[in-house]
Write a protein that binds this ligand. Structure first.
Ligand code: MN
Ligand code: MN
Length: 316
């Protein structure tokens, strides 16, 4: 269906770091495109309109084509593009990509993201000031490329997660969620179990009890706490990629972002074969090509990638 560099990075334990990384980024884009038509709808409105939203429908308040992605995937691609072109982590280049993207007049930009990017354009500052209202999920939704390029080094992950976040969102709970989600992505890419991932969330909840998701409150807004709760609730209950993503998306609210974030995690955890072919077929071709190209480069640039053996065992 799509051609990729026919290599698989294999870490010391034989896990396919490259394919799981690719599955994560593609899974993220699939969740975004699937959920976008349901953004800002309630679960009841989705039910009335679609029964269960399970296909790439298009439409919604953004009048999307089926398979079209939104700001979540576009901003993640901005980070991936900047890092790959610079050949290293380069925060100015990332901010520059955000500016270039904003100038294309994208169909949707979160208010906090827009303010952060404008702040950089006006002042050149790479960090917004701490703000109580920055607790949205707009920094969390950019974590997939950060996890990929820092794979193999926890300190780098923590540092880069917060650096990219603070370009637009400077908030303690957003920072904590970004670090935790990045870690979950990396553990899933390493092939760890759900109970191992669960321990990571438990330690987040230990430090910030507000993230508790049992019992689940059922809130699916763009508040970073609601997003983490929704993603954790459905990820730990779900049995495969499709089930996880559908459950999150059909809750409505910030359906595209919550769908994307759970899609990134479930893609990494269940792997490339778990991504429904009928969704991949609909996904915007330009986006898909760029994700395939950049995922491989990010893994190459990561601490893990530099020590990986390269094998020719995998192809699409
Ligand atoms: Mn979006
Ligand atoms: Mn959204």
């Amino acid at each position: 269906m799509f051609k990729v560099d026919k290599r698989a990075h294999v870490d010391a334990e034989g896990n396919e770091v490259l394919t799981r990384s690719l599955a994560s980024f593609l899974g993220f884009a699939l969740g975004d495109a699937l959920g976008a038509p349901a953004e800002f709808l309630t679960a009841g409105e989705i039910k009335a309109r679609y029964g269960v939203l399970r296909e790439m429908a298009g439409g919604g308040w953004l009048r999307l084509k089926a398979g079209q992605v939104t700001d979540d995937t576009e901003m993640s691609l901005c980070i991936a593009r900047a890092v790959c072109r610079s050949g290293c982590w380069d925060l100015s280049a990332i901010a520059g990509q955000f500016v270039a993207w904003l100038k294309t007049r994208p169909i949707d930009v979160g208010d906090t993201c827009r303010r952060g990017i404008r702040n950089f354009m006006l002042t050149g500052r790479l960090e917004t000031s701490p703000n109580t209202w920055d607790g949205g999920n707009g920094a969390l939704m950019r974590m997939v490329p950060v996890a990929l390029v820092t794979q193999g080094n926890d300190e780098q992950l923590d540092l880069r997660a917060v650096e990219q976040a603070h370009l637009t969102h400077n908030h303690e709970l957003s920072d904590a969620a970004c670090r935790c989600y990045g870690r979950l992505l990396q553990l899933a890419i390493e092939g760890r179990s759900k109970s191992r991932l669960r321990r990571e969330v438990d330690s987040l909840v230990g430090e910030y009890p507000v993230f508790t998701f049992e019992p689940y409150r059922g809130l699916a807004s763009g508040y970073v706490v609601d997003t983490m709760q929704t993603v954790c609730h459905h990820f730990f209950r779900g049995r495969d990629f499709e089930e996880c993503v559908l459950a999150a998306v059909n809750q409505g609210g910030d359906a595209d972002t919550n769908g994307a974030i759970i899609g990134g995690l479930a893609g990494a955890f269940y792997g490339l074969e778990s991504l429904p072919a009928r969704w991949l077929k609909k996904l915007d071709r330009r986006v898909m090509r760029e994700i395939v190209e950049l995922s491989g480069k990010l893994v190459d640039l990561s601490p893990m990638g530099k020590t990986c053996k390269v094998s020719n065992t995998w192809q699409v």
